[in-house]
Ligand binder design. Structure first.
Ligand code: TYD
Length: 215
């Protein structure tokens, strides 16, 4: 619970899980319903954080140390939160965010082996304890997610896409561990279904979380 007027809803998942498509569908729906909402993404969402994003994701930065990577994500998260997310929530705007703290817990904490608890404490400093009201984790086998990315020629390839399949399996395993730790916040959505079904599933949950939202 963030204690603000707007709800903070985050979307998580491995590569090719369909977050971006789902968010654009939800955006159309929220507009139709005249809801006050904002869609943003991590790492990025505002100028300083977008600059940090280009450093983190640049495929030439192969020398980047795991802790450096974790700290840069936390720094980008902090700036995005105070500059964009919290002011919106305080005005009663619902914020839908493509990735948040759970990405760091799954990718840096579990898959990179830095430790979920360590990454949680670095991020607690960055966020001062702000957590999403609800998180949708779009779950798909890495083989299927990566195959979707290959089929989607328009998408940029980033440094984390270049990791091997074993890394992406660790990411998924990490998400499942985190979901077990936060069962009241994280909803696991089976993303290996057609987009219509996935969106309807999420709509059903949202109608319980967002007052006045028609699912
Ligand atoms: P992006 O192009 O946004 O990928 P996607 O469309 O899959 O969200 O790149 C974000 C990448 O950064 C993605 O591989 C996940 C990774 N990431 C982390 O490792 N830790 C984090 O805290 C965040 C926010 C992202």
């Amino acid at each position: 619970m963030n204690g603000n007027l707007g709800k903070f809803i985050t979307f998580e998942g491995g590569e090719g899980s369909g977050k971006t498509t789902v968010l654009s569908r939800l955006s159309d729906m929220m507009k139709e319903q005249g809801s006050s909402f904002m869609i943003t993404r991590e790492p990025g969402g505002i100028e300083i954080a977008e600059k940090i994003r280009t450093i983190i994701l640049d495929p030439v930065n192969t020398a980047m140390d795991g802790r450096t990577e974790a700290l840069l994500y936390a720094a980008a998260r902090r700036q995005h939160l105070v500059e964009k997310v919290i002011p919106a929530l305080q005005q009663g705007i619902h914020v839908f965010c493509d990735r948040f703290i759970d990405s760091s817990l799954a990718y840096q904490g579990h898959a990179r082996g830095l430790g979920i608890q360590h990454i949680l404490s670095v991020n607690s400093f960055a966020t001062e304890g702000t957590m999403p009201d609800q998180t949708f984790y779009l779950d798909i086998e890495p083989e299927k997610g990566l195959a979707r990315i290959e089929a989607n020629q328009g998408r940029e390839v980033n440094r984390l896409d270049l990791e091997g399949l074993a890394f992406h399996h660790k990411v998924r395993e990490g998400y499942h561990l985190i979901a077990e730790s936060f069962p009241e916040r994280i909803v696991i959505i089976d993303a290996d279904r057609d987009i219509e079904t996935v969106v309807n599933d999420i709509k059903g949950h949202l109608s319980l979380t967002l007052k006045g939202f028609r699912g």
